[in-house]
Design a protein around this ligand. Structure first.
Ligand code: OFO
Length: 169
C-alpha cells in the first residue's frame, strides 16, 4: 500500500510525464511545419508517445498498489521556437528536470522503506540515463553543425537512427 506522500509524489510524476508528452508533441508539430525537418518531427512524435507510455505505466502502478492515479490538468507547452537549437536545448533541460524528479522519488521511496516503489522506479532511472544521453548527444551535434546547412540535412536524415539504435524503443 502506498503512503499518502508517496502517492502524491507519484501523481506529480504522472503530471510531469504528461507534460513531457505535450511538450514533445508541440516540438513535433513545430518541426513538421519547418522546411526540411521531417526527421526531427518524426523523432518528437515518437518521443511524445513514449512519454505517454511512461505516464500510463505510473498510473497503473499507483492503482495496483492501492492508490488512486489522478489524470492531471496541464498547461499549454511552448509551441514555437526561435530555431532548432533552442528547441533541442529545451529538450535537454526538460529531461534534466525529469531526472531530478525521479531521483527525488527514489529518495522518498528509500526514506519510507517502500522497496516495491523503489524497485519500480529503477526502470525510470535507467530510462532517464538513456534519454539524457540522447538529448546531450543531439545538442552536441547541433553545436558542431552550427549554421552548416548540409550538416543540418544529415542531422535530420540520421536522427531516427538514434531511436532504433542505442537501446531506444
Ligand atoms: Fe519519461 O522519459 Fe524522459 O522525460
Amino acid at each position: 500500500m502506498l503512503s499518502k506522500p508517496m502517492q502524491d509524489a507519484l501523481n506529480n510524476q504522472v503530471k510531469l510525464e504528461a507534460s513531457s508528452s505535450q511538450a514533445y508533441l508541440a516540438m513535433a508539430s513545430w518541426s513538421e511545419i519547418q522546411p526540411g525537418l521531417d526527421g526531427v518531427a518524426e523523432f518528437f512524435f515518437l518521443q511524445s508517445e513514449e512519454e505517454r507510455i511512461h505516464m500510463l505505466k505510473l498510473m497503473r502502478f499507483i492503482n495496483e498498489r492501492g492508490g488512486f492515479a489522478i489524470v492531471p490538468t496541464l498547461e499549454q507547452p511552448i509551441v514555437t521556437y526561435k530555431g532548432i537549437k533552442s528547441m533541442f536545448e529545451e529538450f535537454l533541460q526538460h529531461e534534466l528536470l525529469v531526472s531530478n524528479s525521479i531521483n527525488d522519488l527514489v529518495e522518498l521511496a528509500l526514506s519510507e522503506r517502500d522497496y516495491a516503489t523503489h524497485n519500480f522506479l529503477q526502470w525510470y532511472v535507467s530510462e532517464q540515463i538513456e534519454e539524457e544521453k540522447s538529448a546531450r548527444v543531439l545538442n552536441d551535434k547541433l553545436e558542431l553543425i552550427g549554421d552548416d546547412k548540409s550538416g543540418l540535412y544529415l542531422f535530420d536524415r540520421d536522427i531516427m537512427s538514434r531511436r532504433q539504435g542505442g537501446g531506444k524503443k
